[in-house]
Design a protein around this ligand. Sequence first.
Ligand code: NAP
Length: 302
Amino acid sequence: MDKQLTGKPVATKLKNFIKAKIEQESLQPTMALIQLGKDPASQFYVENIIKNGAKLGCHIDLITLAVETTEAELAVKIQDLNDDVSYHGIMIQKPLPRHIDDTEINSLVSPLKDIDSLNPINLGKIVLEADGFLPCTPFAVWLMMQYYGIDPQGKKLVILGRSAVVGKPLANILLWKRPFANATVTVCHSKTKDLEMITQEADILISAIGVPHFVKPDMIRDGAILIDVGINEVSDEPGETKYVGDIDYNGCIDKALAITPVPGGVGTVTTAVLMANLVKASLGHKYPNKKIDGFFDLIFNA
Ligand code: NAP
């Protein structure tokens, strides 16, 4: 196994699959991306999604609403997009302004267009191992594991972080009774006692907590596989900022069997994953009476 598990070859494989699927099926995957206001940090992500989507043959309509838009007004907009057959996918850029309840809004997006997999129905399907959408970051981690042949079956797998977008869905995916799952999963969070004792036992350690360089070499065992989901902006020298992961990469690389870098690791795969979900939604629209089962297997058997 490579020591450094980079995201680029995984993203390339996924992008090739997306382009081929669009061509084979003559799809025109189209999504609505809703943003409230123009937060500069969000703007970067939004532009990135539109640009990268276009390169793959996916069309993204950006719908910018005023930051003062009420929850009721946003709900009406979502309903319009749910009813509009020209859109196969809907994504709402986060964070939303504080006056809007995320959970309420997530539950309004049609489960068939919920390519970000935030609707409770799609999250529930993950627990039930039923066919739906997978949230982008957990899906990206799972694809990285498949690409690099990291089969967690029977392994002690520890996840740091229990958010509804990363830690919790990822824990459930890795518990599935299927290849590249079947792990023995432990999830840690800010109230976990003796966290180091748990991480030291991990065959595979996945960190998604948002604390720069939290995982130090004395917290891992020899030969552990380390997957870093964290993306943390830190100041290097006065006026210089850079992004680092949750794992002390330089400190841990010698002890680990393999490690994902930040940047250049999991984050590299996530936008392509969103487009894979859009392609799946667009296939669902084309074949409304056919289950698009086995979509995840198709990617790596392509
Ligand atoms: P989040 O919602 O803030 O959740 C953080 C989780 O980490 C919580 O469960 C929290 O515990 C736990 N935590 C925080 N400090 C901890 C500590 N010192 N010890 C143990 N647990 C601790 O964050 P998120 O949205 O899941 O994101 C996590 C990280 O992943 C961030 O760096 C984010 O930028 C990154 N991210 C990357 C991608 C990607 O594409 N690579 C996508 C999404 C997020 P409590 O629940 O007890 O508060």
